[in-house]
Structure formats: structure tokens, C-alpha cells
Design a protein around this ligand. Structure first.
Ligand code: FAD
Ligand code: NAD
Length: 449
């Protein structure tokens, strides 16, 4: 992926080594991390070989630039000279070369639609295609869409989504209470539907409202949506947060958590769909999270629309739900727990096995224990990989012994779903063990990038 930092990184057994779908990341040479790339783009070096000139590129011209040291790629009608970027690409040079001298839009979308290539590659921009080879998608920041109306309306309008019937109700308020003779003109694209996969990522600026420590390194961030924005992140899905770090837009995925387990928090929990909560671990030497952590209350962060392949239809007629989470891999489980316990009448048992290094790393321990006390269908077990000698609970990493004891069906043939999320080696090992324990593909959902 374009914006995962590297310095002879990821190490062969590292969590960052393999992305979903088996896309391997290659070890990068020293001095070829994302931060190094950002530095190079700021150095004033001519990265296109065109001395800052932008040109119109014909298809014939594009085709000629198909070698490693002279490689142009078109993405959404814009042509980039990616040769200087080759050594910095965590997916490797060969992966980039698959699109050499051609339109790489589809390839790019398959692999990392969310990466903000416009910002990452802006110094590599050669120009536009003379004839646009691909349908351009709407990747713009939020824009005003009400200008087709004949009279002014208040900025603050309400949106109500009734998901189960697929209806959206939008209530606009007139600025002046006069009667309108006509409504206005339909805008371009009126009455057309765009499949979700083609809509592109759309960011809205949200305001940081509060930030509260949950563990020694994990915080609960509350963001407020802009007025009238509607963003409901479905259970099991994530969004992308975008920040500009030393002049380059950096994007990372995060999974919002529901307010379900928040009631114990010191800060008042703000509801009514205007707020979105994230549990985020701050890595002191990470690229994105220290920057996020340095934001002041009132600062803004761009938040994308949701993505992910988890479907709540997987819960239909479900009897046993097993959740295997490691570290912040707990985040999708928070909403899943809420959804399953409130919406699935067939459910007999929900069990969470939560893997952490130490007791201090456990997110929302007391809330989870209280929930287990309150709801007899729910059980939680904590497993520590680096506990102190006082720890009386389970120890170690994910293993056949731990899983076979934990994954007991409530009835012989009960319908089961196992969700797993955490560092990549944890998830990969877990899936392998689950198959060895004869759980089928349909009974396992793994959360990956
Ligand atoms: P990075 O810069 O990516 O660094 C992460 C770690 O790798 C650090 O310890 C760093 O020291 C190490 N590292 C970096 N570069 C090198 C190097 N060259 N050599 C050796 N080690 C290195 N996280 C959450 O906290 N909450 C969530 O809700 C959440 N949801 C996610 C959802 C999805 C779908 C995915 C894929 C990930 C999610 N993550 C979540 C993880 C998140 O996206 C980021 O990966 C995480 O926040 C780290 O980002 P960073 O830029 O701060 O750290
Ligand atoms: P961590 O380093 O604190 O580790 C937590 C536990 O994971 C450890 O105690 C151990 O039991 C297990 N673990 C770690 N490395 C392992 C290995 N090599 N083999 C087997 N087990 C291992 O975890 P963290 O820093 O909180 O990282 C959480 C990870 O979850 C990140 O990689 C993040 O990207 C990922 N995540 C993914 C999603 C998603 O895909 N939807 C959502 C949230 C978090």
C-alpha cells in the first residue's frame, strides 16, 4: 500500500507483512519509508523530469513510458511519473509495473482505493490525459449540492435514514417563509444511482470534541460531524481518517465504536448521530497516531464514508457467536456485541476471547465484565501474552489448546459465527487453527485491511 511506512520493513514475520487477499508487502531498503518519501517530495527535486511543466498526454505517449526508470501511470485521467516512487512502494516495484504505461485506475481501486494518491504523488504529476480513459469518480471534499433550488434554504437540514426499508427523508427549512412558485432545476446526475463500489471515497471535516484515556496508550476520540452530515457506519465496517502531515495527506483506517459500552465514561456520552467515537492506540513512533493525539479540541479531521465486507446478514438464525480479538482488534467487536445482543433473538451464547500483552492493555475491561454479569448470554475471557506473575487468568498466544476449549457450541449442531481481528500474524494463525478445528469458511469472518 502506498502509505505504510517502511525501513527494511515490514520484517518477515511482522503484522504489517501481508495485506488482505494475500497481497504481500516487500521489505523496503533503508531510507525508503513513507516519511523518507515525503521528505523527497518536499526537497524541490524535479520528480517528473518536466521541470514543473504539466502536459497533455496522449495514449500513444503514455504507452511509451513503460520501463522502471521511465514509468508513467494514469489514475482517473491524471498521469504520474512513478519511477522516483518505485523504491518507496510497500507493494513493491513489480506491483507498480503492472500498470506501467497504461491506465492503472482499476488496478489501483482493487488494491487500495482509499489511498490518497493525489497528495502522495502530487510532485510526480505529469499532466492530464488528452482523452480521459476512465470514468472519473467523485473524490472531492464535501460540496454544496442544494444550488438547484430556486430559493435559499437553511444550511442545517435534517436527514433521516430508515435502513430496513431503504428510505431517506430529507427535511429542508426555507430561509424565508414565502411560498415558492417552483422548486428549482434538477442537478446533473439527478435521478441516477451510482453503485456504492463506484462512489469513491468522500471525506467530511469533523471536529475533535473530546479525547479521553482508556488505557495507558489507547484513547477514546469523539468527533462531531458537520451540520446536516449523515454518516452511519454499519456494524463491522471502518472509515478512513485523513490528516495532513508535513504537507502530505495521510489516510489510515479506523473502526468506530458504538456508544453501547460508553456509559461508564467521565465525559458525557453524546448521542443523536452527530458524533462518532474511535478507540485509537497511539504508537509513539507511528506516523499517524501521534499527529492525531496532538490535535487540540476543536481541530478538524477528515472522515471518509464507510467500507468493509462484514454483513449483519451473517447473524441470521445465529446461535453461537465467538469473538477473537487482539489489542485494538477489539474495535469491530464493540459494535458487533451490541448488534448481536440486541437484534438476534436466536442467539444463545456470545463469547469474547480478548488477547492482550498485559492487564494494563485491556480496553474496557470493567465494562466487559459488567456486561457479562448483566447478560447471561455473554462471557469474556482475557488472555495475556506478557502478564505479570500475579495474573491468574489465561496466558500465551492464540493456540489450538485455547481455541478448542473456548469454541464449544451451545448445542451439537448450533449455527456458529467466529469473528477474528488483530495483528495480521494473530489473525492468520487464528484462521489456520480454526480450519484445523473443522470450522468452515462460512463460519469465520476475519477483519483485515
Ligand atoms: P505506523 O506508522 O503504521 O506504525 C505502527 C507501528 O509499526 C509502530 O509501532 C511503529 O513503531 C512500527 N513501525 C513503523 N515503521 C516502522 C519501521 N520502518 N520499522 C519497524 N517498525 C515500524 N487502530 C486503532 O487504534 N483503532 C481502530 O479502530 C483501528 N481500526 C482499523 C481498521 C482497519 C480496517 C485496519 C486495517 C486497521 C485499523 N487500525 C486501528 C490500525 C490503524 O489503521 C493504524 O495502522 C494504526 O493506528 C497505526 O498507525 P500509525 O501511522 O500511527 O503507525
Ligand atoms: P498488540 O501488539 O498489543 O498485541 C495484542 C495481542 O495480539 C498480543 O498480546 C498477542 O496475543 C497478539 N499478537 C501480537 N502479535 C502476534 C503474533 N506475531 N502472533 C500471534 N499473536 C500475536 O496489538 P495492537 O498494537 O493493539 O495491534 C492491533 C492490530 O489490530 C493492529 O495491527 C491493527 O492494524 C489491527 N486492527 C485491525 C482492524 C481491522 O482490520 N478491521 C481493526 C482494528 C485493529
Amino acid at each position: 500500500m502506498l502509505n505504510v511506512p517502511s525501513q527494511s520493513f515490514p520484517a518477515p514475520s511482522s503484522q504489517q507483512r501481508v495485506a488482505s487477499g494475500g497481497r504481500s508487502k516487500v521489505p523496503l531498503k533503508q531510507g525508503r519509508s513513507l516519511m523518507d518519501w515525503i521528505r523527497l517530495t518536499k526537497s524541490g527535486k524535479d520528480l517528473t523530469g518536466l521541470k514543473g511543466r504539466l502536459i497533455e498526454v496522449t495514449e500513444e505517449e503514455l504507452k511509451k513510458h513503460n520501463k522502471k526508470d521511465d514509468c508513467w501511470i494514469c489514475i482517473r485521467g491524471f498521469v504520474y511519473n512513478v519511477s522516483p516512487y518505485m523504491e518507496y512502494h510497500p507493494g513493491g516495484e513489480d506491483e507498480l509495473m503492472r500498470a506501467a504505461g497504461s491506465d492503472g485506475t482499476d488496478l489501483f481501486d482493487q488494491v487500495h482505493r482509499w489511498v490518497n494518491y493525489e497528495s502522495m504523488l502530487k510532485e510526480c504529476l505529469v499532466g492530464r490525459m488528452a482523452i480521459k480513459p476512465a470514468v472519473s469518480k467523485d473524490y472531492h471534499e464535501e460540496k454544496k449540492v442544494l444550488n438547484g433550488l430556486s430559493h435559499e434554504v437553511e444550511e442545517d437540514f435534517s436527514v433521516r435514514v430508515v435502513e430496513n426499508v431503504g428510505k431517506i427523508e430529507i427535511v429542508l427549512k426555507k430561509k424565508e417563509t414565502t411560498s415558492w412558485k417552483r422548486l428549482g432545476h434538477p442537478l446533473e446526475n439527478h435521478n441516477s444511482l451510482i453503485p456504492r463500489k463506484d462512489t469513491g471515497l468522500y471525506y467530511r471535516k469533523c471536529q475533535l470534541i473530546s479525547k479521553e484515556g482508556v488505557t495507558h496508550d489507547t484513547k477514546l476520540f469523539c468527533l462531531m460531524l458537520p451540520p446536516s452530515a449523515h454518516l452511519q457506519v454499519p456494524t463491522g465496517q471502518h472509515v478512513y481518517l485523513k490528516l495532513t502531515i508535513t504537507g502530505t495527506e495521510i489516510v489510515k483506517p479506523y473502526t468506530p465504536v458504538s456508544d453501547f459500552l460508553l456509559s461508564e465514561f467521565k465525559e458525557p456520552v453524546l448521542l443523536n448521530n452527530k458524533y462518532i467515537y474511535f478507540l485509537i492506540k497511539v504508537y509513539p513512533d507511528g506516523l499517524f497516531t501521534p499527529e492525531l493525539d496532538h490535535l487540540q479540541i476543536g481541530d478538524s479531521v477528515s472522515v471518509s464514508n464507510p467500507e468493509g465486507n462484514f454483513k449483519t446478514s451473517q447473524f441470521q438464525e445465529l446461535e453461537d457467536l465467538f469473538l477473537l480479538a487482539a489489542g485494538t482488534g477489539f474495535t469491530p467487536m464493540a459494535k458487533i456485541l451490541n448488534y448481536a445482543l440486541t437484534n438476534i433473538p436466536s442467539l444463545r451464547k456470545v463469547k469474547l476471547m480478548f488477547f492482550n500483552k498485559t492487564e494494563d492493555d485491556i480496553i474496557w475491561r470493567s465494562q466487559l465484565e459488567k456486561l457479562a454479569f448483566k447478560d447471561k448470554r455473554f462471557d469474556v475471557e482475557f488472555v495475556l501474552s506478557a502478564p505479570t506473575s500475579e495474573w491468574n487468568g489465561k496466558r500465551g498466544h492464540i493456540s489450538p489448546a485455547l481455541l478448542s476449549e473456548f469454541l464449544k457450541r451451545s448445542l451439537d449442531k448450533s449455527k456458529v459465527l467466529i469473528c477474528i481481528c488483530g495483528p495480521t500474524p494473530f489473525t492468520e494463525q487464528g484462521i489456520r487453527l480454526l480450519h484445523e478445528l473443522n470450522f468452515s469458511k462460512d463460519e469465520i469472518h476475519s477483519f483485515t485491511a
